[in-house]
Design a protein around this ligand. Sequence first.
Ligand code: GUN
Length: 283
Amino acid sequence: MTARIIDGKALAERVRGEIAARAAGLAARGEQPCLAVLLIGSDPASAVYVRNKVAGCEKAGIRSLRFDYPADAAPEVVMAKLAELNADPAVHGILVQLPLPLQFDEAAVLEAISVEKDVDGFHAENVGRLSQNQEAFIPCTPHGVMKMLESEHVPLSGAEAVVIGRSNIVGKPMAMLLTNAGATVTVCHSKTRDLAFHTRRADVLVAAVGKPRFVTGDLIKPGATVIDVGINRLPDGKLCGDVDFDSAAAVAGAITPVPGGVGPMTITMLLENTVISAERAAR
Ligand code: GUN
């Protein structure tokens, strides 16, 4: 069997077209969506992500404000900026790129962002709302995965879903979304005793491990839908996912590539959350 490729790039382009139209409509009413992005420190991967987020905003007609701080920035300075942005009615979304330097209390920073402007969905109140299946800003990567599963008509109600990874950014919210969609969800992680036992039962397998080509074909149930959240850089400079694409594609029914899979959807959902926030402000 050779898996169907789930084209995240094409889906992202389609959804971004719709987002741009909504942003233009808001701008015409004097409420141009605006996202503020804070980058603290000089992590090269974070710098690339922030650059792509700002570029994505520009293409969609969303205004972006970028604030850069050195790695030794005082937390009070960043907290003061967050308070200012919370109070600014022209700002609809606020994002602090993670990870933060060690002098920062990450939870305190995320909770200093107004719940209404928390377009990353990392504030404890949004996490709590998601866990209760209430309306909330949903973290962008797992939200993008759900959009891909939806557009591919992957049945989730009653399905066995396995998520590898338990991070606050991907694994945990992914598990909550799949649970809310009616799947029977197992979360595997570095302490899981028999990974293959779990993954081989999965109709939907989401890999968010952060290890290149970790999920090989022998871990996959024939015909399963495999979603690869990983973005790893190999020594030769090439990008690869957490899934060993060739061996996995020989077994899976459908699979996301890296690059061109989940990655483009993540920023798309950030743009959508920013537009949703602006639409609420315009009401
Ligand atoms: N670091 C890695 N992924 C993310 C993300 O989705 N949002 C933020 N703010 N930081 C990240």
